[in-house]
Design a protein around this ligand. Sequence first.
Ligand SMILES: [Fe+2]
Length: 445
Amino acid sequence: MTTTERPGPESEQLRSLIAAELERTRARTAQLTDAVDDDDLMRQHSTLMSPLVWDLAHVGNQEELWLVRDVGGREPVRRDIDDLYDAFKQPRKDRPALPLLPPAAARAYVRTVRDKVYDLLDGIRFADRRLVEDGFAFGMVVQHEQQHDETMLATHQLRAGAPVLDAPPPPEPRLRVGGEVLVPAGPFTMGTSTDPWALDNERPAHTVELPAYVIDAAPVANGQYRAFIADGGYDEPRWWSEAGWRHRVEAELSAPMHWRRDGDGWAYRRFGRWSRVRDDEPVVHVCFYEAQAYAAWAGGRLPTEAEWEKAARWDPATGRSRRYPWGDEDPTAEHANLGQRHLWPAPVGAYPAGASPLGVHQLIGDVWEWTSTSFRGHPGFVAFPYREYSEVFFGDDYRVLRGGSFGTDRSACRGTFRNWDYPIRRQIFSGFRCARDARPEEADT
Ligand SMILES: [Fe+2]
């Protein structure tokens, strides 16, 4: 981290990078909220989600709190609405009944806030306070808005009615990818202390020692998952954990969310359109318990979070952990299916350029991957800049998901990025891959 600002081209570069990221992110938000009419924006499409117009003004409110008031030291734009858009004070199910800003007022509000942010960005020194070093507070706000853009995309997926979103299909497979990859025993560096926009829960970098293990070269695909269903996987308690089976019975789970029987096969609904399930795409919209049951049925288990991260970042040639599986450079369209460029996961083998040195594919993008690990701070964790970002969620209630999905923006996804959710959730773009302990004869090779 820089401790003093070097005036000149470096901070000018950072300033224009921040401006570009803010603008790119807002364009995405606009696309998601302009796609539907005012009624639709105000409506709650699922009790799991907020009305889209809540997300919109909440994004602006967080930007006002952190950038306009805290970083900029400016007068509040709308102090009177802080409580309405406080995610901790207002449970999602109650949000539609709140006196929310109607769409036109919400749009005007976020524009006013953004204008003030551009204004203060012009004169800011990226120094003096840790909050602004390397533009961290701006990066946090960009990532927060991008996270809500993914949440809004999930709301669109739950929304009934005519389709309103469109995007080209993801690329076709360029390589045959399958089977498992052996990750040799030994230490690796997990987390980061240097990535400037990494959030508190990704820090600090620390060494983790792992025994040899084996991990799938690709996320579990629909064809494999269909075999689990056809084999009676949903009716066989022995594949499920106790809590998982209880939930499976209560929620009457029988297939991934948004699937229905279609003749002798299956169809899924994606953003209002039904199509036949494609076997070589990673399965999406499964909860942790379903992932866990599949893994047991397949003779394995879910990877721990550390196993996922070592497979994604560890470079055997140098012993170093990379920012991404392919190296340190930011993701491009060649590396990964990110940023809502496409509206569903790409078939397995579509991103050979994104593979890790050990040959593990599609770790970044496509689908969030469930791990078996509960959400906790890395050793040496310090909450920053506020406990509510991650610390209040630590504990056994949440499982960690890694890698981002097709709905995740590159600014909100790194090899160290951590997401978490309840094990029953599946409205998110969640899939998984399997792992297992290495057998002694494998571990020795
Ligand atoms: Fe939020």
